[in-house]
Design a protein around this ligand. Structure first.
Ligand code: SAH
Length: 395
């Protein structure tokens, strides 16, 4: 019997059904479980609280599969969890307006460490924890069967794999095809997704509905997109009737895809200027030239993956938001985001407030944004809520 026994008093988070067991909560491990093996988790009195995947190298020593101590964890278990995740997505309005969705959102879908994104008929999977890595083959089989997708690309190359003692792995695991430009449709717009080399799994599906918001706000406005990646917000602003768009991005390969995405839509491409630059430096240059915009979008990368990095991240968020607010005409809008897990919504709001104060502008929040509904947040797992955004109106 493989067991993980908790220290006295350390069962509280499990009783709230939080799925992580940290190394510091573990009193003893019985039966020499290997990486990804199933362990029964017991409290100090020997009562079984959960069944979990063991991860000997990680601070997150185990991730819970089930709080039912009698539930079998086998191929049928994974098939069932995947079916539930797919059913949730089929019922979403967004499923009718495009062919790209996040099908599995890890812990919040009861599958800790597993990400699955669908781009038309290609699935991109990430196995980011020891438990799902251990069940990789049955999961891939079930995904192929349940989705009907014959091509599955693995992007298990995220840094977090290292924390689990896992090597990076990338490439086709089912089927094969050219995947450097997978065409998708999002609310009638065409995008190409570089599944092989793009960031994360290739596209930021979490911003889908927020891109629609920007599209709806952009009519007749001059727009600045500070971190444009492959053109998501910029092209939506153009589709929404923006008169001019400046889109900044520091990654040359991302900009190349952005240009192709712009060309893939029947829109007036001459209104868009892509700038290959560091956004901090370029926004400063724009400020020095006294440039002005009516709508600024800031969707920077994750400055603070964990709370420990929040302080430096706060500085970066403040700097970039301060610059953006200075570039706004009176009556202009700033759509500003943070995808840092370590910066919670109230901290983010206070950072933006500080930026407005230092910029010498008065502004108010007129809307709040979060990740699209195919990125659910399990109530017992607040860590699942990483993306937050504010729409700020400059007085
Ligand atoms: N809004 C985009 C996603 C943005 S992801 C969408 O909807 O698809 C954040 C982007 O910021 C990445 O493409 C990354 O390459 C870029 N980036 C990171 N640091 C940057 C910097 N200092 N200046 C400009 N771009 C940067």
């Amino acid at each position: 019997m493989m067991e993980l026994q908790l220290k006295s008093g350390r069962e509280k988070s499990l009783k709230r059904h939080h799925p992580w067991i940290f190394s510091g909560a573990v009193e003893r491990v019985n039966g020499k479980p290997g990486r990804g093996d199933m362990v029964d988790v017991r409290d100090a009195h020997g009562q079984t609280l959960a069944r979990a995947a063991y991860s000997p190298d990680s601070q997150i020593r185990a991730r819970v599969w089930s709080f039912d101590s009698a539930e079998e964890v086998d191929a049928a278990f994974f098939r069932q969890r995947l079916m539930q995740a797919l059913a949730l997505r089929e019922a979403l309005p967004a499923a009718k307006h495009g062919n790209a969705l996040r099908l599995v959102h890890a812990e919040s879908d009861g599958l800790p460490g597993l990400i699955v994104d669908r781009y038309a008929d290609v699935l991109v999977v990430q196995f980011l924890a020891a438990g799902v890595e251990r069940w990789r083959e049955p999961i891939l089989d079930a995904l192929a069967e349940l989705t009907g997708c014959s091509a599955i690309y693995e992007r298990s190359d995220a840094e977090t794999r290292k924390l689990e003692g896992l090597e990076a792995r990338a490439g086709f695991v089912r089927g094969n095809r050219a995947a450097a430009r997978c065409p998708i449709i999002e609310y009638g717009l065409n995008f190409k997704v570089d599944v092989e080399q793009g960031q994360k799994t290739g596209f930021f599906l979490d911003q889908r509905e927020n891109r629609q918001q920007v599209r709806a706000l952009a009519g007749g406005r001059e727009v600045l997109d500070g971190f444009c990646y492959t053109g998501g917000f910029a092209i939506n602003a153009l589709a929404g009737g923006a008169t001019r768009i400046v889109a900044v991005e520091s990654s040359a390969p991302s900009l190349e895809v952005a240009r192709e995405n712009l060309a893939a839509n029947a829109l007036d491409a001459s209104r868009v200027e892509f700038v290959h630059a560091d956004a901090f430096a370029h926004l400063r240059t724009l400020r020095d030239r006294a440039a002005q915009f009516d709508l600024v979008v800031l969707d920077p990368p994750k400055f603070a993956p964990t709370a420990a990095q929040a302080k430096n991240a706060a500085r970066a968020y403040k700097d970039i938001n301060l610059l953006a607010l200075k570039l706004l005409r009176p009556g202009g809008l700033l759509a500003t985001f943070s995808c840092s897990g370590g910066v919670d919504p109230s901290l983010f709001q206070s950072i933006v407030a500080g930026a407005a104060l230092d910029a010498g502008v008065r502004a108010k929040i007129v809307e709040r944004y979060s990740a699209a509904a195919d990125h659910p947040v399990a109530l017992e797992f607040p860590e699942g809520e990483y993306l937050k955004g504010l729409l700020v109106l400059r007085a």
